[in-house]
Design a protein. Structure first.
Length: 390
């Protein structure tokens, strides 16, 4: 990973910036006050994917922004985000951050800078990491949870985002701030779920899609599978093999994880941690739809989310390509679809096997030539000899 890579990442965010002079001119023409203008910035379609008019019309958000402005304090936003997924096809080895997490942090910084143009104190995003929260569902080892959380904490500092991003451990906050209420909800709801009544508990949820997502999140690293195994178990449908020796075992793990995830999700919804701990904050979500009866900010973790790509940053590895205009664009893809592609270079962080991103060779060459301590596993294709380096 080189300094030019950070520049490349920021370039991927350029498409998301609002043309503020034109935007503010339009809002003045419509007679919006400062609070309404701030909410209009936060609810802009470049930043979030819920219906713009519905989000801007939420009286609770308007009132909370006005209260923050009157007190001259940061506008708080609660955003459940950041989770380590031990399903190897998504991320073969990573326990720490990638360009996906970096992009989310940089994106929040961008949003903050645009809000500051309207309201100088800006925003404070309370990012609630649910890596430990879903550990029981996905069978994530605690060492991976801790390593991931620490890496994201360090990236917030390294990317100079501590002035607008605070990281919280969802499980720890529930333990310290919501006892015994969360435990009561967890077991009461869990009883209903394990009796098979979860369809009635999730009336507006596509359960088949949710189960597929859970299946692609259970811990498969313990099986030490080959690339071919991963393709047969998790790759494109045309490559799937239901006779694979681990197929039935993974299906059983998925059934258990599915019920556990539903239980946790519904218990968290009943607790409504955002209202409990940050009663003056706006609620953000990385999913479409209202939360607890209000239209939350459907905050994108990166510009292409719910556009070209629907995977969260930690549901795969970042792929940086060029769009039709030749500008860099970041998407998230399962790593099982990226490893072995000869048109990509793999960029790692801190001189180890933690992958930061995959970059198309054309873009990589435009970044220039570099000196490296080692070549294998970094920018040189595994099937080719090293090219000339300065």
């Amino acid at each position: 990973m080189q300094p030019q890579d950070a520049t490349l990442l920021v370039a991927c965010l350029a498409r998301a910036a609002i043309n503020l002079p034109e935007f503010l001119k339009d809002k003045r023409k419509h007679g919006l006050d400062q609070a309404e203008t701030v909410l209009a910035v936060l609810a802009h379609q470049k930043f979030q994917m819920n219906p713009v008019t519905d989000v801007r019309s939420e009286v609770a958000w308007q009132d909370r922004i006005r209260a923050a402005i009157e007190a001259n304090r940061e506008i708080e936003v609660v955003y459940p985000q950041f989770c380590v997924i031990p399903n190897a096809p998504k991320r073969y080895t990573n326990m720490g951050f990638s360009a996906g997490e970096d992009c989310t942090i940089e994106f929040i910084k961008l949003i903050n800078s645009q809000v500051k143009a309207v309201y100088p104190p800006g925003i404070r995003v309370h990012a609630i990491a649910d890596a430990a929260l879903y550990g029981s569902a996905f069978h994530t080892h605690q060492t991976e949870v801790d390593a991931y959380f620490e890496s994201v904490e360090q990236r917030i500092q390294a990317l100079n985002a501590a002035n607008c991003v605070s990281l919280h451990d969802y499980a720890e906050v529930l333990r310290t701030k919501c006892r015994p209420d969360y435990q009561v909800q967890y077991y009461e709801i869990g009883h209903q779920v394990w009796k098979g009544k979860y369809e009635a508990l999730l009336p507006d949820t596509d359960l088949e899609t949710l189960r597929r997502s859970v299946r692609a999140s259970v811990n498969t690293r313990r099986f030490q599978l080959s690339h071919k195994d991963h393709l047969q178990l998790f790759g494109p449908i045309s490559m799937r093999n239901t006779a694979h020796p681990y197929h039935d075992e993974i299906e059983t793990m998925t059934d258990i994880a599915f019920k556990e995830l539903i239980t946790i999700r519904l218990a968290c919804g009943a607790i409504d941690i955002a209202s409990r701990l940050w009663p003056q904050a706006l609620r953000a979500t990385c999913h479409k739809g209202p939360k607890n009866g209000r239209w939350a900010l459907g905050l994108k973790p990166y510009p292409e989310y719910y556009g070209a790509c629907k995977l969260l940053p930690y549901h795969g590895m970042p792929l940086i390509t060029k769009d039709r205009n030749g500008q860099p664009r970041l998407e998230i893809k399962p790593e099982v679809l990226l490893r072995g592609r000869d048109d990509l270079v793999r960029v790692t962080s801190d001189g180890n096997d933690e992958v930061w991103a995959y970059v198309v060779a054309e873009l990589d060459e435009e970044l220039g030539e570099f000196d490296y301590d080692r070549f294998q596993g970094m920018r040189v294709g595994e099937n080719y000899p090293p090219r000339a380096y300065r």
